[in-house]
Structure formats: structure tokens, C-alpha cells
Design a protein around this ligand. Structure first.
Ligand code: SAM
Length: 213
């Protein structure tokens, strides 16, 4: 089931455009459809984000880009402050900063060491790892956060607790290279999910939970 909430006040549309041909968009769609995160794809991803790591925060640290994450936490999420939160593809910590103000327990994980190392240490624990094979036990995460990050549907299903919640944010909406619609997330996840979605700042967000049976 999909529920669309009204746009948050002040919502705008991002100007840059990354369309369906963007290499990251192509990979995003393949992975959401269940393709393997091969060493070749991992190599391409790490090379790309390593090349952008030093400038990432300066180029992307804008209030309108984290507005959809803040809105998702405020209007979309049910989890309480003590939820076990894992952010995957955390990069230089632009989302981690918001999450660590909202939850008492946040771990940030990224595949690209050059991005991780740029994240301020006071944001809390960081882990170098691969979100397609997370080093966490089945059902052990309450909130799994994706901010401009690939979806690995089987791994989401494995690690989220039964009442766990997935947060998905495209910080530049449809212009985000790593982008999925709320409908695509709904269709990609195994089993029955309830997805609430909306817009805030320059972006879009979705929160997905398993539909109670
Ligand atoms: C577009 S950047 C987004 C960074 C940050 N979330 C932000 O919005 O500023 C995508 C990040 O996902 C990471 N990433 C890509 N594939 C990954 C994987 N399989 N496991 C963990 N991190 C991954 C990249 O290294 C990169 O830091």
C-alpha cells in the first residue's frame, strides 16, 4: 500500500538533472531488481566516490538537501529515540548529523573509505562495509536509512526487525543520480510493505514498513 502525504511547506524542485541514462541510475535500477553487487560494480562505485570525497561535504552540505530526511523523521517515521538505527552509504556524514540528533544509537556504514574518513568523528561509530552483505544479524535493525544510496531488497528484508522501518531519501528528487520512486521501492521489497512518501526541500522521501498480516 502506498500513501502520499502533502508536500512540506517550502518544497522546491532541484535544477540539476540526472536522467535514466546516468550510470548510477542504471546500477540503482539493476540492484533494486536483485542484481548482484559484483566486484566490478563495487570497484566502479568506490573509484567514483573516492574521486569526489574531498569535495563532497562542500558541494552537498545544504539545508534543502537534508530537509527530506528531517521531514521523513518527523512525518513518516514511528520509531522512538532508542531505536537501533543503521545508515548505509553514509558518505561524509551529512545525513548522520541529522540522525545522531534524532536517535541515541546510530551506526554509519559506507563502502568507500575515502568518504567515511571525511565524516566528523563526533557523529559516532562508523563502519567500512558493504550494504549488499551487511555485517549485522537478522532482524537486528529498527531503522535502516538510505540517503542517495542503493537499495538491496533482500538485505533490507533480512536485517530489519519485524516492525522495522526503511527510510529512503532522494535529496534532489527525480534529479538524484541514485534515485528510486516510492512505487519502485514498494515493488522491489519482498513481501507486503506499506510505504508513506512525500516531498520536502529539494527532495523526495519514503518510509517503508512491513504490512501487518
Ligand atoms: C551518493 S553517495 C551519498 C552519500 C551520503 N549518503 C549523502 O547523501 O551525502 C553514495 C554513497 O554510498 C556508498 N555506497 C555505494 N555502494 C555501497 C555499498 N554497497 N555499501 C555501502 N556503501 C555503499 C558510496 O561509497 C557513497 O559514499
Amino acid at each position: 500500500m502506498l500513501t502520499e502525504l502533502p508536500e512540506a511547506p517550502g518544497t522546491t524542485r532541484a535544477r540539476t538533472f540526472a536522467g535514466p541514462e546516468h550510470p548510477m541510475r542504471v546500477i540503482t535500477n539493476q540492484l533494486a531488481a536483485g542484481a548482484e553487487f559484483t566486484p566490478e560494480i563495487a570497484g566502479q562505485v568506490v573509484e567514483l566516490f573516492s574521486s569526489m570525497a574531498a569535495e563532497w561535504t562542500a558541494n552537498h552540505d545544504k539545508p534543502e538537501k537534508v530537509a527530506p530526511l528531517r521531514d521523513a523523521l518527523e512525518r513518516g517515521l514511528r520509531a522512538s529515540r532508542d531505536a537501533r538505527c543503521l545508515e548505509i552509504g553514509s558518505g561524509t556524514g551529512l545525513g548522520t548529523r541529522v540522525l545522531s540528533g534524532h536517535f541515541d544509537r546510530v551506526v554509519a556504514l559506507d563502502r568507500t573509505m575515502a568518504m567515511l574518513i571525511e565524516a566528523p568523528p563526533e557523529l559516532g561509530p562508523r563502519m567500512h562495509g558493504d550494504a549488499s552483505r551487511l555485517p549485522v544479524a537478522d532482524g537486528s535493525i529498527d531503522v535502516l536509512v538510505h540517503l542517495n544510496m542503493f537499495l538491496f531488497p533482500a538485505e533490507v528484508d533480512r536485517v530489519l526487525a519485524p516492525s522495522g522501518e526503511l527510510i529512503w531519501v532522494n535529496t534532489s528528487g527525480e534529479s538524484t543520480p541514485i534515485h528510486l520512486t516510492a512505487e519502485a521501492i514498494h515493488d522491489a521489497l519482498p513481501g507486503e510493505w506499506t510505504v508513506t512518501h512525500s516531498r520536502a526541500g529539494t527532495g523526495t522521501w519514503a518510509v517503508a514498513t512491513r504490512t501487518p498480516t
